[in-house]
Design a protein around this ligand. Structure first.
Ligand code: FAD
Length: 566
């Protein structure tokens, strides 16, 4: 039996992403505002005083596990901190031009007009990792406690299923489950309100939603995987401030996918490719899709003579409004990507994540004012969301991703119609239900795959890289002497049904070469080998496995990628 020390806080935020960092900062300033108004007699009620606020983060520092494109819509950060630029927010570049390209195998058709959702002039190209690191410093200056290397491993509940905090992961357990000399038990961080902002496919949010049925009456979330590299290119290859989005090659018309190329300062280019994790062909490999994207003549031209400097991959919650769970329960709120706040049409979620955090903060002020941390008070968060610009932005595009499940062309026609009618046309059309990706993947004998998709793809280590090389550029590290954090619940399925039916797609959908089928002399067949130390924490395996038998849990704190500058 492990004894866990209990530490009482007022509010605990799980995850130091834009959602929770904005939430914690806003909470601090809203309390100050509230108390000043009470003191001056301009508001009725009671003062709240200084709250103990903690943010726990599994990465080795704030920003270590943050990966984004990223073009940031400054709408939310401007509300949070109107003088964010004067305060030193490390935006990289202002977007000065944008374009949409349709790629065929060899050609590039430049759209005469950039579709409005992809217009970005005046917004900021950023490293979201750097922005979060900076927001973390702002939080610390404001007196918020930040604990990097502290994964929240479990939600704590009272006897009535109200959330009362989280348990952080134990440190110093070896791969056999025994205590090492550096053993430190996890801590029970007790809180009146716990806010889950773990990003896409949060591991605690998944547990919470299932246990409390917060997804009842909602559609299941659908995800994509973004695979990204940072490149240094020769001067003149790609202009600073330029934002390009692409459609077409190498995706087929049944598979959701698209690329981006953003020009940062000092001839650095952010390049990446998003593949819907609701693809039908089990032979699809999102990392290989990205590598193939770079071989397109128009794209390869930009990278020619350059060098890759950083790699990463992360899932994106692309299904939006219809797939948002209930956002509150007793003692708990869910913010940001964990609650599907991303606008899939724009692939933008930084501003909506931050705004959701700020609305959560305003709700928490009300909860402390009334000393009521139950759903009765916390439900105001969902009301605030539905009265905010988040609703105005997400509701009109609520069917965007589901339409893509019918194929690219019908989706584009739908999108055009929705744009012209500001989403009203959805009202006259059959409701498009989101089908989870693991249900859409077809079996090998269904004939969707010809097995030749990557026949021409070679990894030359100049333009194209294999997964293991890329993982090296993600600076990924986990102590190998710990229990694996990727729980495959039934490996017999891997060696038998999955091998026959889908050809073990985990070997392809994982962008970090974590899963391998290896010949076993003992059983005389191929068995699953899990190289968990390669894991980039993208959560794809937890999402895409067709049998849903992979459970991603938090590894020992501090392990994982280092996305500084990404
Ligand atoms: C490839 C890619 C490109 C994108 N491009 C853009 C773009 O150009 N513009 C845009 O606006 N948006 C973009 N997005 C989306 C945007 O990055 C997200 O919407 C946004 O980061 C969500 O913020 P969040 O705070 O909800 O989660 P995240 O940014 O994912 O942060 C979550 C944090 O919580 C931590 N965490 C998770 N679980 C735990 C746990 N149990 N214990 C402790 N810590 C935990 C993680 O380590 C992480 O630091 C992109 C996303 C991806 C993946």
């Amino acid at each position: 039996m492990i004894e866990h020390e209990q530490i009482s806080m007022d509010v605990v935020f799980v995850g130091a992403g834009p959602a929770n960092l904005a939430a914690a900062l806003h909470l601090k300033s809203e309390i100050i505002k509230h108390d000043e108004l009470i003191e001056k007699g301009l508001k009725q009620g009671k003062a709240i005083g200084d709250l103990e606020i903690a943010i726990v983060e599994k990465g080795s520092f704030v920003g270590a596990h943050i990966l984004s494109g990223a073009v940031m819509d400054p709408k939310a950060i401007r509300e949070l901190m109107p003088d964010f630029l004067a305060q030193g927010c490390p935006v990289d570049t202002v977007v000065t031009d944008d374009a949409a390209w349709y790629l065929t195998e060899k050609r590039c058709l430049v759209a005469p007009i950039t579709p409005p959702p992809l217009k970005n002039k005046g917004k900021y190209i950023v490293s979201l990792s750097n922005i979060c690191e900076w927001l973390g410093e702002k939080c610390e200056e404001a007196g918020i406690n930040i604990f990097p290397e502290f994964p929240a491993a479990e939600v704590l509940y009272d006897e009535n299923d109200a959330v009362i905090g989280v348990r952080t992961g134990d440190k110093g357990i070896d791969k056999e489950g025994k205590r090492k000399p550096n053993f430190e038990p996890g801590v029970d961080l007790l809180a009146k309100v716990t806010v889950l902002g773990e990003g896409s496919r949060g591991s605690l949010a998944k547990q919470l939603v299932a246990r409390l049925g917060l997804d009842q009456g909602k559609e299941e979330q659908v995800f994509s995987l973004g695979v990204k590299e940072l490149w240094e290119v020769p001067s003149g290859n790609f202009p600073e401030g330029m934002v390009v989005h692409t459609l077409g090659f190498p995706s087929d018309t049944r598979t959701y996918g698209g690329g981006w190329i953003y020009g940062l300062k000092n001839n650095v280019v952010s390049i990446g490719y998003v593949t819907g994790l609701d693809y039908e062909d089990p032979m699809i490999d999102p990392h290989a899709e990205f590598q193939k994207f770079k071989t397109h003549p128009k794209v390869a031209e930009i990278l020619a003579g350059g060098k890759m400097i950083k790699y990463g991959a992360k899932s994106i919650n692309t299904s939006g409004y219809y797939t948002m769970p209930k956002l509150f329960a007793d003692g708990v709120l869910i913010v940001g990507d964990s609650a599907s706040f991303l606008n899939g049409q724009r692939i933008k979620g930084i501003h909506t994540a931050m705004k959701s955090g700020m609305l959560a903060a305003e709700t928490i002020v009300g909860a402390f004012e009334h000393d009521d941390f139950s759903s009765r008070t916390l439900r105001h968060y969902e009301e605030k969301v539905n009265l905010s610009w988040i609703y105005d932005e997400l509701h009109p595009v609520r069917n965007f991703h589901a339409a893509f499940q019918k194929g690219r062309w019908s989706a584009l026609i739908n999108t055009g119609l929705q744009f012209l009618t500001k989403g009203l046309a959805w009202g006259f059309m059959p409701h498009e239900h989101h089908v989870p990706g693991y249900e859409r993947m077809q079996k090998l004998d269904d004939g969707v795959s010809n097995g030749k998709r990557y026949a021409d793809l070679k990894f030359d280590k100049e333009l194209t890289f294999d997964k293991v090389t890329d993982v090296f550029y993600g600076a990924v590290a986990h102590d190998e002497d710990q229990p694996p954090h990727l729980h495959v619940l039934d490996t017999e399925i891997c060696a038998t049904r999955c091998a026959e039916e889908y050809g073990n797609p985990c070997q392809r959908f994982c962008p970090a070469a974590v899963y391998e089928m290896e010949d076993s002399a003992e059983t005389g067949r191929k068995e699953l080998k899990v190289n968990f130390s390669n894991c980039v924490h993208c959560k794809t395996c937890d999402i895409a496995d067709p049998y849903q038998i992979i459970n991603w849990v938090t590894p020992e704190g501090g392990g994982g990628p280092n996305y500084k500058g990404m």
